[in-house]
Design a protein around this ligand. Structure first.
Ligand code: HEC
Length: 455
């Protein structure tokens, strides 16, 4: 499986470079992939000077990359679950938020965690620094908007949305905040008093993203039902409706001039709108299948960084022909489900996004399952386990793996950072275990069994 995936990537890489006459050789203006994450990319950001990029991934880590070379500078490790959004701060710092309910402030030079901001009671899906970067706002699935003094002072929570909050944006002076939620509304708040001032939009379907252009006097939003609309800030009246037949809208980003809007959707397309007349100026497919979750523009406005279901982000020159690039060859990871046994299907669908079965753990969120059977829990070298697994006495066997998924990780390994999931049918569990036994290199007799634990 792994060998197969690698072959395809190498092949595609070579072919893409050879066939893209528009890709300039210095790499700083052409198409570029950011490779290395072990899971889908949920959030992206580009520094204001255009030198660095950040990616937030399902693999629990944040990547810091050079924009000119596309090479990884370092991994930022500290979240205990998927990371959903990232933002640069002045002074070589950044913010990220994740499924662990926390916001982390990073020192980019060293990769150190400068501060962990705790207090939300649900996962965090959006983060926006205030204009002077003394505060930041977070969008939480506990239904709250967090306002955090970045010097570590006490947070304030704005409560009012009846459901998951998906996005927050500040006005340029920082005095007001617009928020979007699954409750279908966009609300405006006073940043200082925390008072809710107005429900600006009541869309009916959940709203995922906002872009504010105060100078031009509009607010654009993208929603679950595929709606892409702009409203007049003063009156709330709709001024444009760019809704296409693709849904949901999962990413929305304005170019540095504020004139062009990039829209990413659940079907893998990126549409670029000229807000001068609200026309569609580009529409290309940036992922063969699956969603585009994250978009960010280079300050030059020439390339767009996109993240989605693939384990890599890509910088797209926006005047290049995206469709042509992807027509070169699909990047297929899995064979059709009809050609798989039930056990393989279970693994591919329920485990492979976070685990490999090969000696190389592949930088996934979870440790490799290579030589799982007979191995003591929490003993893969170099993997950073939760204390719960590191201290566990479980030895993985047919019985313990079955219990992990009949009872669920929350019951069988309480405190584990593996997300709660159960496999209800005994036959599915048996088939999965059979598949794992056949594909993880056999029992680890010489390896970890009986080895004394270091914790
Ligand atoms: C969303 C990511 C995710 C998914 C999906 C997932 N796991 Fe995990 N898994 C993890 C993480 C993270 C850990 C490490 C947990 C810890 O340190 O507490 C883990 C740990 C494990 C362990 C313990 C390994 C060890 O070295 O002790 C086993 C076994 C395991 N997973 C099996 C599975 C199987 C089988 C599936 C599919 C049915 C699955 N996991 C799905 C993230 C995931």
């Amino acid at each position: 499986m792994l060998a197969f995936a690698c072959t395809v990537v190498v092949f595609l890489g070579v072919q893409a470079t050879a066939s893209l006459s528009w890709a300039e050789s210095d790499g700083s203006t052409g198409y570029q992939r950011l490779e290395g994450h072990g899971g889908p990319i949920k959030g992206v950001a580009i520094s204001p000077d255009g030198q660095q990029m950040l990616t937030a991934s399902f693999d629990y880590s944040v990547g810091l990359w050079s924009a000119s070379t596309g090479k990884l500078i370092r991994w930022l490790e500290g979240h205990e679950a998927a990371v959903n959004a990232v933002a640069f701060l002045p002074g070589g710092r950044a913010l990220s938020v994740g499924d662990d309910f926390d916001m982390i402030m990073w020192d980019l030079e060293s990769g150190a965690v400068l501060h962990r901001f705790e207090g939300h009671e649900g996962k965090l899906i959006g983060v926006t620094p205030g204009p002077d970067a003394t505060i930041a706002a977070t969008a939480g699935w506990d239904g709250n908007v967090g306002i955090w003094p970045l010097d570590g002072g006490a947070a304030r929570f704005l409560k009012g949305h009846g459901a998951n909050v998906n996005d927050v944006v500040f006005t340029p002076d920082g005095a007001k905040l617009y928020t979007a939620s699954y409750d279908g509304t966009i609300r405006r708040w006073d940043t200082v008093s925390g008072a809710e001032e107005v429900v600006l939009v009541n869309h009916g379907f959940g709203i995922n993203h906002l872009v504010l252009n105060s100078d031009a006097g509009w607010l654009a939003y993208g929603a679950l039902d595929g709606a892409v609309r702009a409203i007049d800030l003063a009156t709330g009246a709709q001024i444009a409706d760019l809704t296409a037949d693709r849904r949901p809208i999962l990413a929305l980003s304005a170019d540095p001039t504020g004139r062009f809007l990039a829209v990413g959707d659940g079907e893998g397309y990126v549409m670029i709108l000229d807000t001068a007349d609200w026309s569609v100026v580009r529409d290309f497919r940036a992922a063969l299948s699956g969603p585009i979750w994250a978009l960010a523009w280079e300050p030059s406005g020439k390339r767009l960084l996109a993240g989605g279901i693939a384990d890599e982000a890509a910088l797209w020159p926006i005047d290049a022909d995206g469709d042509a690039l992807f027509a070169k060859g699909p990047r297929e990871f899995h064979k059709p489900p009809s050609e798989m046994t039930n056990g393989e299907r279970q693994f591919v669908r329920k485990c492979s996004v976070c685990h490999t079965t090969s000696p190389d753990g592949g930088r996934k969120a979870g440790p490799t399952l290579w030589r799982l059977f007979g191995r003591r829990a929490g003993t893969v070298e170099g993997y950073s386990y939760s204390d719960a697994l590191a201290r566990s006495d479980i030895v993985w066997s047919d019985e313990t793996v079955a219990r992990l998924f009949s009872e669920g990780p929350d019951v069988f390994t309480p405190g584990s950072k593996m997300p709660v999931q159960r496999i209800a049918k005994a036959q599915d569990r048996r088939d999965l275990i059979h598949y794992l036994k056949e594909n993880t290199g056999g029992t680890d007799r010489a390896g970890h069994e009986g080895r004394s634990k270091t914790k």
